[in-house]
Design a protein around this ligand. Structure first.
Ligand code: FAD
Length: 433
């Protein structure tokens, strides 16, 4: 039964960019309990929150907030078909460990592994590779409880799957997800420090030359880093102790302190960034289990906006972002990141129908990020960008209709599965659902 009452604490997401005041909360432990919860909520509104790691308000509600934290198990491993089925509330780090014990791995992961599986596929979470699409595109089947409280199974033979894979919580409560997996593998990642111009010269072919590639630029400096990851049958040297040190000391204390300094004294940011860039002055090599090498140490709390622009606009987007920083006086105390995602057919995927570079504008300066993100969004829009749904961006139903050829089909699907709008919130209304 949901916990009710006017005095429930305010709920805030990880990044501190969105909050809400739910009137009740629920944490069902089974699909039957999810069905009962939905049936009991008829006429109201319900929203599931996963790990609350989206910066957008997609998981916020002032009605009933649901967590599937108790539905966090592996349901089935099918090695022959290369598939794993898990409950929607399972955290990605737990799935990575479970897969490793089976000698399996996801072909691609994003930068962190704290999200829930249902939450990360709901927003199109991606890594960086032109060979592996975003994680929503790796969904082979999905089970959800619709707005009537009925269990709906959508598998690979169902024409609704491209709509349901990335659904932003608008279709129902996702109780089970089946993902593609493959045999476990080791990745060798090499990091090369270069100048900004050398990075621009490398950018057009960077992601075509290797399986995993990404680029970081330190705003206010001429320094960039190129990351190239390849599979190799070599002995891993990755140290979980070093990763823990990076998370808790380097990021948790030193980097956090620098972000605080920059936020308090924005005029110091260029010098602080130059200092940080210097610490990345020599090449580095990491060898280890794929999910460990492809993720990064958990960064300190910060804000993010990210846009997917067509791959051939990558250099224009990066150069444009640098020009904004240099000419408009934004003070940016976090890296700018470029990652690569191949085209897919998921209706609401930012990579729908085109290969993209997902360029992230980050900030550890909450008071100063609105102007930076606004200018960055205008640049991305001018290059036919679409926003990452889990990050900060303003958009209207008209934008969504213009960006997504299948937006109408997605709205129709949402209305057919949720005729009373039980799963609506401010975010889905801006989607036009
Ligand atoms: C430090 C950090 C690093 C990140 N790195 C990356 C990255 O590398 N690549 C990338 O693409 N993104 C990245 N993200 C963004 C993140 O992956 C997405 O925002 C993701 O959706 C968060 O998952 P979550 O479980 O926290 O979901 P939430 O943010 O809680 O929810 C996301 C959406 O899913 C819905 N939802 C959640 N569970 C269910 C369910 N069971 N049924 C129906 N709907 C549900 C919610 O209602 C909401 O609409 C990062 C975020 C952080 C904080």
């Amino acid at each position: 039964m949901p916990t009710r009452g006017p005095h429930l604490a305010r709920f805030t997401n990880w990044g501190g960019s969105a909050s809400c005041a739910p009137t009740s909360r629920a944490a069902p432990g089974s699909e039957d309990e999810v069905c009962a919860l939905v049936k009991g909520a008829a006429g109201g509104r319900v929203k599931v929150v996963g790990g609350a790691h989206s910066w957008s308000d997609c998981a916020m509600t002032d009605h009933t907030l649901v967590s599937l934290e108790a539905m966090n198990r592996v349901v089935r491993v099918d090695k022959q078909r290369g598939q794993v089925t898990v409950e929607g509330g399972m955290r990605l780090h737990a799935l990575n460990e479970a897969l490793a014990t089976e000698g399996l791995a996801l072909p691609i992961v994003g930068s962190i592994a704290d999200q829930t599986v249902a939450g990360l596929v709901a927003t199109g979470t991606h890594g960086s590779s032109l060979q592996h699409r975003n994680l929503s595109a790796h969904v082979k089947a999905i089970t959800l409880v619709d707005g009537r409280g009925e269990v709906v199974e959508i598998d690979a033979n169902d024409a609704r799957l491209p709509g349901a894979r990335l659904a932003l919580g608008a279709l129902g409560i996702v109780t089970r997800v089946t993902l593609m997996v493959e045999p476990a593998f080791t990745v060798v990642e090499e990091m090369e420090p270069v100048t900004f111009e050398a990075a621009m010269a490398a950018l057009p072919t960077l992601a075509r030359d290797v399986e995993y590639a990404k680029l970081w630029w330190f705003p206010h400096t001429d320094r960039a880093l190129l990351f190239r990851g390849r599979r190799a049958d070599v002995v891993p040297t990755f140290s979980t102790a070093f990763r823990s040190f990076d998370t808790h000391v380097v990021n948790g204390v030193v980097f956090r302190g620098l972000l605080g300094l920059g936020a308090t004294f924005p005029s110091w940011i260029p010098a602080l960034n130059r200092t940080v860039a210097l610490t990345y002055g020599s090449p580095r090599r990491v060898v280890g289990r794929s999910d460990q090498v492809l993720t990064v140490a958990m960064p300190p709390r910060h804000r993010e906006s990210e846009w997917a622009v067509p791959l051939d606009a990558a250099v224009a987007m990066l150069r444009g972002a640098r020009q904004l920083v240099e000419e408009q006086g934004h003070r940016v105390n976090f890296i700018l990141e470029a990652r690569f995602v191949p085209s897919d057919d998921t209706w609401m995927s930012p990579a729908y129908g085109r290969d993209v570079v997902q360029v992230g504008a980050y900030s550890g300066n909450p008071g100063g990020c609105a102007a930076w993100f606004g200018a960055f969004a205008a640049l991305a829009r001018s290059l036919e960008g679409r926003p990452h749904w889990g990050k900060e961006a303003e958009f209207t139903p008209d934008d969504v209709g213009r960006w997504y050829p299948q937006a109408g089909a997605f709205r129709d699907l949402a209305r057919s599965l949720d005729p009373e709008g039980l799963f609506r919130n401010g975010f889905t209304e801006r989607l036009g659902v």
